[in-house]
Design a protein around this ligand. Sequence first.
Ligand code: SME
Length: 301
Amino acid sequence: MKNIYFAGGCFWGTQHFFSQVDGVKEAVCGYANGNTVNPKYEEVYTDTTGFAETVRVCYNPERVSLEELTSLFFCIIDPLSLNRQGHDEGTRYRTGIYYTDPAERACIQNVYAKEEAKAGAPLVVELEPLRNFYEAEERHQAYLDKNPEGYCHLSLKTFRYLRLFQDIRLYLGDEQNRIARMANTAALIQERMHFFWTGFYLADDKQLVLGPFQGPAACMRIGYGKGVCGTAWKEDRTVVVPDVHQFPGHIACSSLSQSEIVVPLHGPDGQVSAVLDIDSDQLATFDETDALWLEKIAALI
Ligand code: SME
């Protein structure tokens, strides 16, 4: 077993998240890299002790890599926000990755650099050796399990997507057939998230052709650059549409569809080879959290 320490704002949510990551044995709330000894929550709360709310993640490196844990950490923070995550503000809510083995730094740095390139600006996430760590009081451990309605700056959707992402990866295993992978991915997304329509369109010459899906019968062909799907393909980016009636050129396969998200998939040549299209019968169903996790799911195909 190995330990890595993540400061991701309020530790309740960070602990709840990592305790559900496959290969993690235990996630413990505590206070790291401060200037006093045995700090109490109330002292840390004054923001004068230098401690950051931090979670010690104890993991089995044969089941989950440090690289994967670090990537997952970046899914639950805003790495450009200094001393603030969600509504929580103060140096105790700064973000950081603290390691105990200097040999681990290069691996973390690698993920960090990719995230920085994606963000297009220097990240404010600390990457430092762990100087000290004190476990937090019992009442702060598994707080969101004890208080399911409790405050958390992370959305409930985040935790649902983490489980969905891991389950899809497990389910697909080493199956090589892309259609089979798409079929079960659509089924799992639909079963868990209860969207109106979830499916894939495959790029075929200058058109997208309907692939595996769950939901009502849908349009079978969409032109390059046409509708939301064709736009995601042409512009090679995730397109989130809060109200399909406001999207010029939207293709209404069903009049019940109100909002939509389309995520491109890439082939070995880096070109868009398909899109994942999800429709909702409610307005404004999809946001950045959906985009982030559905992009991770699309990359599994
Ligand atoms: N509305 C999509 C077409 C596909 S259906 O939503 C299943 C679009 O405008 O691309």
